[in-house]
Design a protein around this ligand. Structure first.
Ligand code: NAD
Ligand code: UD1
Length: 336
């Protein structure tokens, strides 16, 4: 059994490849390295002592992708490849739609010609928009406020139509909450380009001295301390959710959708405190205006994934901060 992992050199992809190899799966990766470094895969190989078949190239290159299916006995695809910066997606929406939606359709078409019909898709909690209440379960209404979120929602709809047209497909849409943390070896982790958009990498760059000060986007939300609340999930727990999803697809479930979160919400100020403990440093911050498009509170109902996937997040907030800090201090400049 060989699994094709698109975007496997990236943050979540590399952690998932590591867990797949540890579970003795054959793994083929395609990645154009537009937001990653091949070094992540080299390190995954050295941690696991296993080989990864790596193709550097774009998913939109049909010839290359088709050739991968000819050469390898692929039976499932885990599809991480995509662009993910919300702000950038407002500036270059067509690039986002081509890279996220058109590339997904292209892969699905090639899979169909090779009769490979098992597909795990990286969706996001962003598809819930501004939820009316928390915790959020999988049947909450969906919406999008930016091209990135809309691309995730549109792909989910494409997958629903595909399944309606041919129910021999097995499709899992996994809606991630906020992935953070790093592998406990400290050898792989999140390596954002330029100024991080997300909270955890920003805090950790302040702690290591790369940035002076964290801006906390608003303390007047309707939450217990006024700052935004999110469901942070350790990337290793998230990676393991993909292995459970592959197991589920083997049982021929049709089309399924699961939240991957912990079910716990932490505020920005709580995350700062937790990180200060891990790094044994003070994180300087100031309160600024709210960030456009942000919501007050977001955390997952996790019962469906627990019941149907047999998956539950196990790692704690201190695992998330300790592991992020280990990765940051061992690799102050990421993979470079
Ligand atoms: P990432 O940027 O680290 O990984 C994505 C990988 O895909 C990168 O290695 C990039 O080089 C590659 N890629 C992009 N377009 C490609 C293309 N056309 N052809 C080949 N390779 C391509 O991001 P990540 O954080 O690992 O996220 C993985 C997936 O999970 C993405 O689809 C993202 O939208 C989704 N997701 C991420 C988060 C998060 O907070 N990290 C949350 C929800 C959903
Ligand atoms: C962001 C994306 C969302 C994506 C998610 C996971 C936006 C508007 N939304 O969501 O689409 O699915 O990442 O990749 O970009 N914060 C600060 N200071 C910072 C950074 C963040 O105070 O420098 C706060 C935010 O206001 C929020 C919390 O920290 O309350 C988490 O922010 P972030 O890590 O960017 O994740 P999301 O806002 O959930």
């Amino acid at each position: 059994m060989t699994i094709l992992v698109t975007g496997g050199a990236g943050y979540i992809g590399s952690h998932t490849v590591l867990e797949l190899l540890s579970a003795n799966q054959e793994v083929v990766v395609i990645d154009n390295l537009s937001n990653s470094n091949e070094e992540s895969l080299k390190r995954v190989s050295s941690i696991t002592g296993k080989k990864i078949h790596f193709y550097r190239g774009d998913l939109l290159d049909k010839g290359l992708v088709d050739n991968i299916f000819v050469k390898h006995d692929i039976d499932s695809v885990i599809h991480f490849a995509g662009l993910k910066a919300v702000g950038e997606s407002n500036e270059i929406p067509l690039t986002y739609y081509r890279n996220n939606i058109a590339a997904t359709i292209s892969v699905l078409e090639i899979m169909a010609t090779h009769n490979v019909k098992s597909f795990v898709f990286s969706s996001s909690a962003t598809v819930y928009g501004d939820p009316a209440s928390v915790p959020i379960n999988e049947s909450f209404p969906t919406s999008a406020t930016n091209p990135y979120g809309r691309s995730k929602l549109m792909i989910e709809e494409v997958l629903a139509d595909l399944y309606e047209s041919d129910n021999s497909w097995n499709i899992a849409c996994l809606r991630y909450f906020n992935p953070v943390g790093a592998h406990k070896s400290g050898l792989i982790g999140e390596d954002p380009n330029g100024i991080p958009n997300n909270l955890m990498p920003f805090i950790s760059q302040v702690a290591v001295g790369k940035r002076e000060l964290l801006s906390v986007y608003g303390n007047d939300y309707n939450t217990h301390d006024g700052t935004g609340v999110r469901d942070y999930i350790h990337v290793v727990d998230l990676a393991l959710g993909h292995l459970k999803a592959l197991d589920k697809l083997k049982s021929n479930p049709g089309r399924v959708t699961y939240n991957l979160g912990t079910g716990c919400g932490y505020s920005v100020l709580e995350m700062i405190k937790a990180f200060e403990k891990a790094a044994n440093k003070t994180i300087p911050y100031r309160i600024v205006e709210r960030r456009m498009g942000d919501i007050a509170e977001c955390y997952a109902a996790t019962d469906l994934a627990e019941e149907e996937l047999g998956w539950k997040a196990n790692l704690s907030i201190s695992d998330m901060t300790n592991d992020t800090w280990r990765w940051q201090t061992m690799n102050p400049n990421g993979y470079e």
